[in-house]
Design a protein around this ligand. Structure first.
Ligand code: HEM
Length: 363
């Protein structure tokens, strides 16, 4: 239920607020988030065409509220049980190759050489597609961080010949498993196989790459915590969750009102767009002590980067395993991993936010 965030009657009339889309807010949204949380917990952003929710409790409540529908269609189902073992093996191999390829260099941009490639290349490897397809898949994923855009129109064309080949000559890859007979002896249709493979290829590759870039930036900013993960890899999942809380790859999850929704003195009409600011929720001091601090020992990161409720990301565990394989490979290949001298990269974007460059010294 949306409730507690209704504007209070005794509040002074709101001063004109910049839009979430204004350049200053996009480059550093945190002062704006603070103002929204403290003074404008429910406010309309005309340029965005949506009502903004910024407090943790309100964002969470909206994400689980069944009167608010997801604003887009997902790319298709993700069968985690089927996909996870193949993806883990492929992500380990791919991360190893990508990390070793650049480990001997004096300086490396880990975005251009690693984090932007790993999710698409691991999915391509898991499915048993040729390595060259990784570049095409990566291109399709770019600019589509939230998995709500539906399958890429060229996906069918890419997959069709591979599906036909696996039907005729099954191999040991995930695509062959998807094409093979089920327990009842029947096979999945070509459309279902394409939807499943497509979800893996493009369903969240960009988001995973961006989240991995922010994860690496947080660890490079905190060398002591990075050293701890090197010594105790069991801490990696908590460190990943903490990075998603502090720096989610998409700061906005959109919802649409399916019916009129009274909120305090306002009623959101049917069809109204609601922007759940998960980037602000993760920095809400009412939910998280010292929220700007990156702390892998935070007892309960409880982030909303994967959404909540019925649309909770079905691939959260797949993204986590890709990130963990990535970090482990980098730690193995790069014993002295640290920032290269020079200015630190500022994260950019809001719908897709992450540093665009991570210049490091591997040794
Ligand atoms: C760090 C990486 C990722 C993040 C932060 C992320 C985030 C999200 C969020 C916030 C939603 C909910 C959208 C909503 O409520 O409207 C979502 C849904 C979804 N995600 Fe992810 N995602 C990630 C990776 C992936 C990957 C790798 C895949 C595919 C293999 C994927 C597939 C999906 C699908 C199919 C949905 C739609 C679920 C539904 O509508 O019921 N995501 N994701």
């Amino acid at each position: 239920m949306l409730s507690s965030s209704a504007p209070q009657g005794h509040c002074p009339p709101p001063a004109p607020l910049p839009s979430l889309l204004s350049a200053d807010v996009v480059s550093d949204p945190y002062p704006h988030y603070r103002l929204l949380r403290e003074r404008h917990p429910l406010v309309r952003d005309e340029l965005l065409g949506a009502w903004l929710l910024s407090r943790y409790a309100d964002v969470r409540a909206a994400l689980v509220d069944v009167r608010l529908g997801a604003a887009g269609a997902g790319p298709g189902p993700v069968r985690r049980g089927l996909v996870e073992p193949a993806l883990r093996a492929a992500a380990e191999r791919t991360a190893f190759v990508l990390a070793r390829r650049v480990a001997g260099r004096r300086e490396v941009d880990l975005v251009a050489e690693f984090s932007a490639w790993l999710p698409a290349a691991a999915a391509v490897a898991a499915l048993g597609l040729p390595w060259e397809d990784a570049a095409r898949v990566r291109e399709w994923c770019r600019g589509a961080p939230a998995p709500t855009g539906g399958p890429h129109p060229e996906l069918g064309g890419l997959l069709r010949p591979h599906v036909a080949r696996r039907r005729a000559h099954p191999g040991r890859d995930l695509l062959s498993v998807l094409c093979g007979p089920r327990a009842d002896g029947r096979a999945l249709s070509d459309e279902t196989v394409t939807a499943l493979a497509g979800a893996l290829l493009t369903g969240g590759g960009e988001a995973t790459g961006l989240a991995l870039a922010s994860f690496l930036a947080n660890l490079l900013d905190h060398p002591a915590q990075l050293a701890l993960l090197r010594a105790r890899p069991a801490l990696i999942p908590g460190a990943w969750a903490e990075s998603l809380r502090r720096d989610p790859p998409a700061h906005v999850v959109l919802r649409r009102a399916l019916a009129p929704i009274p909120v305090g003195g306002t009623t959101l009409p049917t069809g109204a767009m609601v922007a759940c600011l998960v980037g602000s929720a993760g920095r809400d001091p009412f939910r998280f002590a010292d929220p700007d601090r990156y702390d892998i020992f935070r007892p309960d990161p409880a982030h909303l980067a994967f959404g909540a409720g019925q649309h909770f990301c079905p691939a959260a565990a797949l993204a986590a395993l890709t990130a963990e394989c990535g970090l482990r490979a980098l730690l193995d290949a790069m014993p002295g991993l640290r920032w290269a001298p020079g200015p630190r990269p500022a994260p950019q974007g809001l719908m897709a936010r992450a540093p665009h460059r991570l210049l490091v010294r591997p040794c």
